[in-house]
Write a protein that binds this ligand. Structure first.
Ligand SMILES: [Zn+2]
Length: 436
């Protein structure tokens, strides 16, 4: 990335010393490099050290931290309890015309577990190495974005700015375990209605190259188990109509399709992972003994379907595969998302126009994609609101949920500046038809 962006951050007057003493460096910053750290970076590292990790996230610590942030921003924070132990928080910066629809800045507080043995450093120590790379679970997904929202609002407020539209900073639990006790529940809550949201920003992914990636839709996850019944019998005979023969055919049909989609992705320049259907066989169950042919065998697949695929047709295809594989085969879904709403990225859309114009002005190019996995944006889009998935991380390998997840402090700081430009644009979108 452009190094000039780092020097422009030096206008911040108060510089805090690096909070890690030499003992916590883990072979990282040493000697001359142990210099003053940008306070936004220190804040980011502090948030990374809170163990909001599944299966038992310390949400209390996160909420205490966010309460402090609300005080720092001199803005009110509201907490809403979704169910026992599952609280979400909203910090609100009211606009000069609160009747207009608001801008939502969403981020989740939780992070996925780590396999510590595979990490260079303690995944919750937020170690910064000599290159300024900060290691920790959540550096990319998505504690960076949380702090960037907060710091951007802080700077805009310090500059005395006000905008017509209200900005809500929302911090939700449980995104990493499906959002059932988080965003999925909250979009049906009266408090969600009361936020009067017009447009939402939520998480995206890093881009290893210069452009930023933005996500305007997501694939639908279908988790399916196919049950193959068959004639049981002794393991020494050629029993007809066995569960295993059916299972064999089912597996072949799903994995042949997987191969086709993989080829389609690998032979096309313009397709990304979000544009094709992925199929993965994730579980197989059945059998009781070495010499007993079982009466049933089950196989489970994780399927992710792009919004461009006709879901009815796709399910008919699954039904054909089951029929072709033999008698009595059934299937059931553990998860079957069918919402295929995509957020407009047409220049005629006022929100997209404001969003994309900001990047044009900053001379940053955007790559529009379908998100390959699932985020809380799907619940926001499902209630008819536009949502863009965006985490300002370019020149960064995609390491979410991976070992040694890291983000460089330069990229992190640059991201705050991006939001400093983006938020005024979004919160100043002129009144839309139907708005006062
Ligand atoms: Zn995430």
């Amino acid at each position: 990335m452009d190094v000039t962006c780092c020097s422009s951050t030096s206008r911040v007057v108060t510089m805090l010393p690096d909070k890690d003493g030499p003992s916590a460096l883990g072979g990282g910053v040493q000697g001359d490099l142990e210099m003053a750290e940008h306070p936004s970076v220190s804040l980011f590292r502090e948030y990374l050290r809170l163990k909001t990790v599944h299966p038992d996230p310390d949400y209390d610590a996160a909420l205490r931290f966010l309460e402090r942030m609300a005080q720092k921003l001199e803005l009110p924070m509201k907490k809403v309890e979704m169910c026992h132990g599952r609280m979400l928080a909203i910090i609100t910066w009211t606009g000069t015309n609160p009747a207009l629809k608001s801008v939502l800045l969403n981020s989740h507080m939780d992070v996925v577990p780590v396999f510590q043995d595979n990490w260079k450093y303690d995944a919750f120590a937020a170690v910064k190495d000599a290159e300024g790379n900060i290691y920790g679970r959540g550096t990319q997904d998505m504690k960076s974005v949380t702090i960037q929202y907060i710091e951007a609002v802080h700077r805009l407020k310090a500059e005395g700015k006000r905008f017509p539209r209200t900005i809500h900073l929302m911090f939700v639990p449980d995104e990493e375990v499906g959002g059932h006790k988080g965003m999925e529940m909250f979009v049906k809550h009266p408090e969600f209605q009361a936020l009067n949201i017009g447009f939402a920003l939520d998480e995206g992914l890093a881009n290893p190259r210069e452009p930023f990636t933005v996500f305007y839709g997501e694939r639908c996850p279908w988790w399916i188990t196919v049950q193959c019944p068959g004639s049981p019998g002794h393991g020494s005979r050629f029993v007809e109509n066995t569960a295993a023969e059916k299972l064999h055919k089912i597996i072949n049909s799903f994995l042949d399709f997987r191969e086709q989609e993989k080829t389609r992705l690998n032979t096309s320049q313009c397709l990304t992972l979000g544009d094709v259907t992925t199929v993965n066989m994730t579980m197989v169950k059945g059998g009781v003994a070495y010499n007993v042919i079982p009466a049933e065998m089950d196989v489970t697949f994780d399927i992710r379907i792009p919004p461009t695929v006709n879901l009815q047709e796709f399910e008919k295809q699954i039904q054909r595969w089951c029929k072709e594989a033999g008698e009595g085969i059934t299937y059931e879904f553990a998860q079957k998302h069918t919402n295929q709403d995509m957020t407009s990225t047409e220049d005629s859309d006022p929100w997209w126009k404001a969003f994309s114009a900001t990047f044009k002005t900053m001379n940053i190019s955007l790559e529009k994609e379908i998100f390959p996995a699932a985020t809380d944006s799907r619940f926001i889009r499902a209630v008819g609101l536009p949502a863009i998935g965006f985490s300002p991380m370019n020149q960064t390998p995609i390491l979410l949920h991976d070992h040694n997840e890291y983000l460089s402090e330069q990229v992190f700081l640059r991201g705050i500046q991006v939001y400093q430009e983006l938020l005024p644009a979004l919160a100043s979108v002129p009144a839309l038809p139907g708005e006062v």
